[in-house]
Design a protein around this ligand. Structure first.
Ligand code: NAP
Length: 321
C-alpha cells in the first residue's frame, strides 16, 4: 500500500501520523513548503484523507483532490465533512464511534456534578483563602436530589450517560427525532416540551445543519430560572448569544459546557461569568481513548485500501453499498 498517497489536511496525533506513514505515502498539508504547488502537482494522486474536524471538507476543498475514495474522520462527529456532497461523489466517510462512548459519558457526569454542586467555584474559594478568612462556601441552590434530567440525543453516548444517571436515582427523559425502543425513559417529540419538563438539560446531539441552533432562546425560556444546561455534544447545536443572554438575564440558572460554536474561541462574556463551568472540549481526552480512536481511523483507511472495506462507515455512506 506504500504507493497509495493519502493526505492529512491538518497534523493529527502522533499515533495516526506514524501508523498511516508506515502503511501509505502520507502528506501533511501543514508541513508542505508550498501548499498551492502541492495541490497542483500531487492533488490528483491523493486517494484518501485523514481528517480531524479542523478543516471543512466540502466541494471547494475536494476540487483539488478529485480522486479521493475515502475520508477517515477522527471522532464520532463528522459535521466538518459535507457528507451529502461527499456521498453524491461515492466517497466513503468513516468515523470513530463506540470506542469513546464511555469516556465521554464519564466526562459528562463530571461536568454535570461540577455545575450542579459548583465544585470549581468552591475549589477556587478554598484556594483563595476564603474558607479561612470568610468561612464555609455558601450552600448551593441546585442539587441532583429529586431532579429530572433531560437528554437531547439518546444515542450511544446519551444512553451511556443515562445508565450512569440511573445510579444517581434521578428521573430521566429525552428528545430524539424518533423514540428509542426498549428504554424506560419518557420521550418528548418536542425539544421545548422536554426543556419545560426537566430541571437539567443535557445535550449530546450531533452538529451539522439539522441541529444548527436548535437549542435556542425558546428552549432556555422553557428550561426556566432554576434550570441548568449541560453541553457535551456540539456547540453549533446551541444559539450561543441566546444562551449568554439567558444567563445574563437569569432566565436559566447555569450552564456546564465542553463544546462551543467557534472552538477554540469562547465568548468573553461566558469567561467573565463566575457561575458557569467551561471545559476545553475534553470529552474523550485521555491517551487511552484517543489512541483507540486513532487506531480505528487507521484501521478504516487500511481496511479500505486492502479491499476488506471500511470498519465503521457513517450511515450516509453505508458499506457495502
Ligand atoms: P449517535 O449514537 O449517533 O447519537 C446521536 C443521537 O442524536 C441519536 O439518538 C439521534 O436520534 C439524535 N439526533 C440526531 N439528530 C437529531 C436532531 N436533529 N434532533 C434531535 N435529535 C437528534 O452518536 P453518539 O456516538 O452518541 O455521539 C453524539 C455526538 O456527541 C457526536 O455527534 C459528537 O458531536 C458528540 N461528541 C462530543 C464529544 C466531546 O468530546 N464533547 C466526544 C464525542 C462525541 P435520532 O436519529 O432519532 O434523532
Amino acid at each position: 500500500m506504500k504507493s497509495i498517497e493519502i493526505l492529512a489536511p491538518a497534523t493529527m496525533m502522533p499515533l495516526v501520523m506514524e501508523r498511516l506513514g508506515e502503511a501509505f505515502t502520507l502528506h501533511d498539508l501543514r508541513t508542505v513548503a508550498d501548499a498551492d504547488a502541492f495541490r497542483r502537482e500531487r492533488g490528483k494522486a491523493i486517494r484518501g484523507l485523514a481528517v480531524g474536524g479542523h478543516v471543512r471538507i466540502d466541494e471547494a476543498f475536494l476540487k483539488d483532490y478529485p480522486n479521493v475514495e475515502i475520508i477517515s474522520n477522527f471522532g464520532v462527529g463528522y459535521d466538518s465533512v459535507d457528507v451529502k456532497f461527499v456521498a453524491s461523489k461515492n466517497i466513503v466517510v468513516t468515523n470513530t464511534p463506540d470506542v469513546l462512548t464511555e469516556e465521554v459519558a464519564d466526562t459528562c457526569l463530571g461536568l454535570l456534578l461540577m455545575t450542579v454542586r459548583e465544585l470549581p467555584q468552591s475549589e477556587r474559594w478554598l484556594r483563595a483563602g476564603n474558607w479561612v478568612n470568610k468561612g464555609p462556601y455558601p450552600l448551593t441552590h441546585t442539587t441532583l436530589r429529586g431532579a429530572t434530567v433531560g437528554i437531547i440525543g439518546l444515542g450511544r453516548i446519551g444512553k451511556a450517560i443515562a445508565r450512569r444517571l440511573d445510579a444517581f436515582d434521578v428521573k430521566i427523559a429525552y428528545h430524539n427525532r424518533r423514540p428509542v425502543e426498549g428504554v424506560p425513559y419518557a420521550y418528548h417529540a418536542s425539544l421545548k416540551e422536554l426543556a419545560a419538563a426537566v430541571d437539567i438539560l443535557i445535550s449530546v446531539a450531533p452538529g451539522g445543519p439539522e441541529t444548527h441552533h436548535m437549542i435556542d432562546a425558546g428552549v432556555f425560556e422553557a428550561l426556566g430560572p432554576k434550570g441548568i444546561f449541560i453541553n457535551i455534544g456540539r456547540g453549533s447545536a446551541v444559539d450561543e448569544p441566546a444562551m449568554v443572554e439567558a444567563l445574563k438575564t437569569r432566565k436559566i440558572h447555569s450552564v456546564g459546557l465542553d463544546v462551543f460554536e467557534f472552538e477554540p474561541k469562547v465568548p468573553a462574556e461566558l469567561i467573565a461569568m463566575e457561575h458557569v463551568v467551561l471545559l476545553p472540549h475534553v470529552g474523550s481526552g485521555t491517551h487511552h481513548t484517543r489512541n483507540l480512536m486513532g487506531q480505528l481511523l487507521v484501521d478504516n483507511m487500511t481496511g479500505w485500501f486492502s479491499g476488506k472495506g471500511p470498519k465503521t462507515p457513517v450511515s450516509e455512506t453505508p458499506w457495502p453499498r
